[in-house]
Design a protein around this ligand. Structure first.
Ligand code: 6CS
Length: 368
């Protein structure tokens, strides 16, 4: 049982805490660096990093690793104050806190962000990312792809600092979800953007947008029938306590983005920018390993507890979902126009290239 029992925090509490800082051990000399306000550095400077997930999560491990790297690289001149989910607000509120300069860094998952940055909604599409997770990793680190998101984020006063994959999405409900027909009329929770709903509408479900913090109680009160998240999150948010069946369908990778306030980033002194950029590069590998490990061990934990039935879809079962999901690409294109089209084309082109590259290296590795 997790000690965390996050329920909805009103925005005013979020703002009070935003000004006060998040961690228990605030030790910054001038802990009130304000995003968007360039000032001559008076060290140490504290940057607030807001998470959409609780302590112990993939985002938390990422933030801890980033904190360690930046504090080390800057020799203690930059301190990171990590604000786990529950200390500031919902995902949408965190994005606003970055945009208005109250918070320096934050996670912003495309499933929540897509109303504001429609191009990011590509990561809500099902059966678009490759089967091979290593290729997804390569894709999300490719400047050819990530560069196409720079403008869409910048238009909303955000700097995209990177995409972070957090593992395959899995479905929970009180029944197995083996076919699109099983979704008919299912009241499924989605993240809080219109685009996030479309993937499930395509299967005949009745989606509703609900903040992460409210999902447990809505499942418990039977206001909704199911939800979708990576396995580590299902376990740490205790959704398995209020759902009977986990369906492993691998429809999409959960991808989040790390953002900062654009003006804040642009006005950082060159040395600080370097510390940040280099630390971000350092942590990509760690984040990947953490998500693999957490998704695996938490699945094992839930299986050991024995309350949850686990269903793995066959290739044939997944094919029916793949086909049903296809029209949603057109909805994405309608909402994003030319810039979304470029992103979709580049994504598909890079997948082909990377898959060809990995086939070639498999052949040469086999001496063929
Ligand atoms: O479902 C959600 O809303 C959340 N899920 C995860 C795994 N991370 C953050 C996001 O807000």
């Amino acid at each position: 049982m997790h000690t965390f029992r996050f329920r909805f925090w009103p925005l005013c509490a979020a703002l009070v805490l935003a000004l006060a800082g998040c961690s228990d051990n605030q030790n910054a000399g001038n802990g009130d660096s304000t995003a968007g306000t360039p000032e001559p550095p008076e060290y140490p400077v504290t940057w607030r990093f807001a998470l959409e997930e609780i302590e112990g999560s993939v985002q938390h491990a990422y933030a801890e690793a980033l904190k360690e790297r930046i504090e080390e690289r800057s020799d203690g001149r930059i301190l990171i104050d990590i604000c786990p989910y529950g200390s500031l607000g919902t995902s949408t509120q965190l994005t606003e806190l970055v945009r208005n300069g109250s918070v320096n860094l934050a996670f912003a998952s495309p499933g929540h962000l897509a109303d504001k940055v429609p191009e990011a909604g590509i990561f809500t599409l099902h059966f678009i990312l490759p089967e091979d997770s290593q290729i997804t990793r390569q894709l999300l680190a490719s400047p050819e792809l990530t560069g196409l998101f720079e403008q869409p984020y910048a238009r909303q006063n955000m700097k995209l600092l990177g995409f972070v994959p957090e593992g395959w999405m899995a479905w929970t409900a009180d029944k197995a979800l083996r076919t699109p027909e099983d979704f008919q009329g299912l009241r499924i929770r989605t993240m809080t953007s219109n685009m996030a709903e479309e993937a499930y509408r395509a299967y005949g479900a009745e989606p509703s947008q609900i903040p992460y913090s409210q999902v447990y109680s809505d499942l418990q009160l039977r206001k909704i029938d199911g939800q979708s998240n990576p396995v580590f999150a299902i376990e740490e948010m205790d959704f398995h306590e209020v759902q009977s069946t986990l369906t492993l369908a691998r429809p999409a990778q959960f991808v989040s983005s790390v953002i900062s306030n654009l003006e804040w980033y642009d006005s950082l002194p060159e040395n600080q920018k370097q510390w940040l950029d280099n630390a971000l590069k350092d942590v990509a590998e760690i984040a990947w390993k953490t998500q693999e490990e957490l998704n695996q061990t938490r699945l094992e934990k839930m299986l050991e507890e024995g309350q949850l039935s686990v269903v793995r879809l066959t290739d044939a079962e997944r094919k029916a979902f793949r086909e049903a999901s296809r029209p949603v690409r057109d909805i994405y294109l309608e909402r994003t126009g030319e810039s979304g089209q470029k992103i979709l084309e580049k994504l598909l082109q890079l997948i082909e290239e990377f898959e060809a590259g990995s086939r070639e290296s498999a052949v040469s590795g086999n001496g063929g």
